[in-house]
Design a protein around this ligand. Structure first.
Ligand code: PAF
Length: 281
């Protein structure tokens, strides 16, 4: 597995491979890898010949500097996981390589109304930072396909909007959420959960599963009300939102007849903010 710290070295590696017709996949990550990330690598291998994984903790998408500081960075462990998974190359630039004129460089694109809903309400500017770095990673790799996890449902939507904005010819593949045996969605942030938090965190997947299992039996309002009631008696869990939304607009769903419905949740569990979702139909 090759490791690249600069765009130049990465481009030099990819150039002859692309010229010989190899298809390239990019798996962008911030490291602290788990089996969810490895499932992206595996799916990438089914869709391309050369797999590049980027590891870069992007400062411009953090609204809370403390969150950026405490973001886990177990690099040796990450590299071993990627090597075992058969990843071809890892791009791990430093901040100056990605933001030569400083992380406060100008960036603003229209991502549509959905930018300001859900996560956008709680993490102002987050999706500007995400699309800013993903555009830079796309420019560095110029992949044929790029893989993103469904767990960050809104992120995938924002990246697709960014792609449309720049008319980039990259296929986005969304990979299903990988869960622990008890239902907890895998996340780099789970490492921060105490034993009690870890148990309490199950309320997220349980409330989503309730909606999926009972969709036919209740109205949308009733489903949401009952799902929210799961949080009433869980100490140390603070619900930010639970919504059943249209998967294209993220606006609250108005009718069960809509074709693309997803239940999304965000909650603070102890000191750790978790998100999860389930596609209903
Ligand atoms: O999902 C993530 O890990 C990040 O938001 C991403 C897409 C790698 C951009 O920094």
């Amino acid at each position: 597995m090759e490791i690249f710290k600069t765009k130049e070295a990465l481009k030099a590696y990819l150039k002859p491979l692309k010229a010989s017709g190899k298809k390239v996949a990019l798996v962008p990550t911030m490291g602290a890898l788990h089996n969810g990330h490895i499932s992206l690598i595996k799916l990438a291998q089914e869709n391309a010949d050369i797999i590049i994984c980027s590891i870069f903790v992007n400062p411009t998408q953090f609204t809370d500097p403390k969150d950026l500081e405490k973001y886990p960075r177990p690099i040796e462990h990450d590299l071993a996981m990627l090597n075992d998974a058969g990843c071809n190359g890892v791009f791990m630039p430093n901040v100056a390589e990605m933001y030569p004129s400083g992380a406060d460089e100008n960036w603003h694109i229209d991502l549509g109304k959905a930018e300001f809903l859900l996560e956008g309400e709680f993490r102002k500017g987050h999706y500007q930072g995400v699309t800013q770095i993903v555009k830079k990673l796309f420019d560095a790799v110029e992949p044929d396909v790029a893989m993103f996890g469904q767990k960050d449902f809104q992120q995938v939507l924002m990246i697709k909007n960014m792609l449309a904005h720049f008319k980039l010819p990259i296929k986005i593949i969304t990979c299903p959420i990988i869960r622990e045996d008890d239902g907890l969605a895998m996340s780099s942030r789970n490492i921060h959960l105490s034993e009690t938090d870890r148990k309490n965190a199950l309320v997220l997947s349980k409330s989503l599963q309730f909606v999926a299992d009972n969709f036919a039996s209740y109205s949308l309002n009733e489903l949401e009300k009952q799902a929210k009631s799961f949080y009433h008696n869980v100490e140390g869990v603070e619900l930010d939102y639970f919504t059943i939304a249209n998967g294209d607009t993220l606006e609250p769903s108005k009718s069960k007849d809509e074709s693309n419905l997803v239940a999304l949740v965000a909650a603070k569990v102890g000191n750790t903010r978790l998100i999860d979702n389930m596609i209903i139909k």
